[in-house]
Design a protein around this ligand. Structure first.
Ligand code: NAP
Length: 249
């Protein structure tokens, strides 16, 4: 087991890629902090927690809106209170509000930037002091191929994910001397509630651009996140790893 004795916090882990990552990390031996923002998702988070406990690991659910710094700080405090340390932070929570720029409202821009980019700042800032003290830590940020190649209708999302990539590289340079690595992953089209809602013609267009000719599964993303969180990836820092079936190369 590659993460035995480790404690991992995964934001937005009530479903999708975050839930798959939480389960995979527990399978690899880590205790897990599950996070989601709203009471409506209680059952999903509880399901993830129950599966983790069945594996013999510990799990803590913390409801927190990561776009608010005080909420992120409270989440980290609760996690540190329970486990005494956080070894791995996966900044996974993300949203979309897709519109062509001419139709995009200010609140669509703000919502996406606040969750996808400011949320990464909030959670990383809140966890960093404890990681620096222990002189070890792995931070993995979930970006997107859209942050690299752009996508019509996603100026807000693309800007947020490009921002996450820049944030990751700068952070990697700041904290490496303290034994902390920061890397980003850039998934392509992964089957989840986020992509389920896309119109069929958009999905078909995307499929045509994927050399492997299929969409990815949350577990395939979780595998890479787990690798980056493990000692096997100790010498990988400041990188962006695409998980996209060859869509961007
Ligand atoms: P998803 O199924 O929509 O799940 C998103 C998760 O984030 C949910 O647990 C959601 O909780 C949570 N969340 C949303 N806003 C939050 C907030 N303010 N505070 C805390 N948690 C919040 O999405 P996904 O497809 O798994 O995506 C996960 C990450 O991968 C995102 O960053 C996304 O941008 C990125 N990504 C996805 C794809 C893809 O094809 N699916 C591709 C590239 C990158 P609620 O359910 O309560 O809202």
């Amino acid at each position: 087991m590659r993460l035995e004795g480790k404690v991992a916090l995964i934001t937005g882990s009530s479903r999708g890629i975050g839930a798959a990552t939480a389960l995979k990390m527990a399978e690899e031996g880590a205790d897990i902090i599950i996070n989601y923002p709203f009471a409506a998702e209680k059952e999903n988070a509880a399901e993830v927690r129950d599966k983790i406990i069945k594996m013999g690991r510990q799990a803590l659910i913390v409801e927190a809106d990561i776009s608010v710094l005080a909420e992120a700080e409270r989440m980290i405090e609760e996690a540190l209170e329970k486990f005494g340390k956080i070894d791995i932070l996966v900044n996974n929570a993300g949203i979309t509000r897709d519109y062509l720029l001419l139709r995009m409202k200010e609140e669509d821009w703000d919502a996406v930037i606040n969750v996808n980019l400011k949320g990464v700042f909030n959670c990383t800032k809140a966890v960093l002091r404890s990681m620096m003290k222990q002189r070890a830590g792995k931070i993995i940020n979930v970006a997107s191929v859209v942050g690299i190649m752009g996508n019509a209708g996603q100026t807000n999302y693309s800007a947020s994910k490009a921002g996450v990539i820049g944030f990751t590289k700068s952070l990697a340079k700041e904290v490496a001397s303290r034994g902390i690595t920061a890397n980003a992953i850039a998934p392509g089209f992964i089957e989840s509630q986020m992509t389920e809602v896309l119109p069929e013609d958009v999905k078909e267009k995307m499929l045509a651009a994927i050399p492997l000719n299929r969409f990815g599964k949350p577990e395939e993303v979780a595998n890479v996140v787990c690798f980056l969180a493990s000692a096997e990836a100790d010498y990988i820092n400041g990188q962006v790893i695409n998980i996209d079936g060859g869509m961007v190369m």
